[in-house]
Design a protein around this ligand. Sequence first.
Ligand code: NAI
Length: 327
Amino acid sequence: MQVTVYNCRPFDEKDLFIEYAKELGIELVLCADAPEMNNVSLSKGSRCVNVITSKIDAELIHAFRDNGVEYITTRTIGYDHIDLEAAKACGIKVGNAPYGPNGVADYTVMLILMSIRKMGAILGRTALQDYTLAGLNGRELRDLTVGVIGTGRIGATVVHNLSGFGCRVMAFDLYEKEEVKQYAEYVPLTRIWQEADVITLHTPLTEDNHHLIDANTIAQMKDGVVIVNTARGALIDSDAFIEAIENGKIGAAGLDVVENEFGLYYYDHKSDILKNRELALLRSFPNVIVSHHMAFYTKNYVETVVKDSLKSCKLYMEGKENPWEVN
Ligand code: NAI
């Protein structure tokens, strides 16, 4: 029972893969790189391959099939990086490995608190041994109204987390959830724009909500509004957003995601000219906290996706019912 694992990170995944594979009786072929035509031969002899978010296109899928691969599992929730049609046409099954919403939900509340307490500026000052107070006066969450847009797995957990802080919570989703109603009031989106002191985004990116936050919606918001985005960068029009930071309409922001981050995040670019002007500008503002799309990144997340992706391969190879199969 052999599985080829691509993109196996040596610093946090490798030891776990070895430990769990031993428990499950699986032989491993470990590769630190993304699957490409020049390393696809590593899949020979494996009925299952294990990948992350790199593109798995039709050419690669055909090559996997020619090597005897029958099942591709991705250590992610999303699987839009895999050409499902090509996989289906080749008779290859695909599975994902969902992880819990708490990591992102906790991180969201952290960004909200850091934004309203000006923590970016505080850390900047203490790093320089500047222990002054002027300009660092914050706000208390219990005095604020938070608007949560998207109350799926993560948004609903954010609402639940916020219930402990005593703030007023408003929510908007295309579909309302009963359990959210005990902690938040569902309202039309326009009321969130008009009444929220803090707005946090938790929807997937779709054609309908591309640039949901733009010059028009920003104009409807309260002066000094705080925006937190741990969902997808393109939910926000960066140009309109930067202008609103510059003119003070937006008071603070916490951004775990930005437009056009693909290809930048998770690589070391410290000696490069940054090819994302908006990101360079956003990073320069003392009231904007930027992190590199890592709200999900916890010990629990790594353990879950490594273990479940291997369990899923084992179930496939044993011909048993597999809750992680998606096609
Ligand atoms: P989910 O699928 O459980 O929930 C999404 C919710 O958004 C659903 O309730 C849906 O009805 C709602 N929705 C969809 N379109 C909408 C619209 N136009 N207006 C209002 N509501 C809308 O998704 P989940 O797991 O809660 O993820 C939410 C977001 O978080 C996604 O964008 C996802 O990509 C992102 N994410 C970010 C991570 C990070 O590390 N920063 C990690 C994991 C997910």
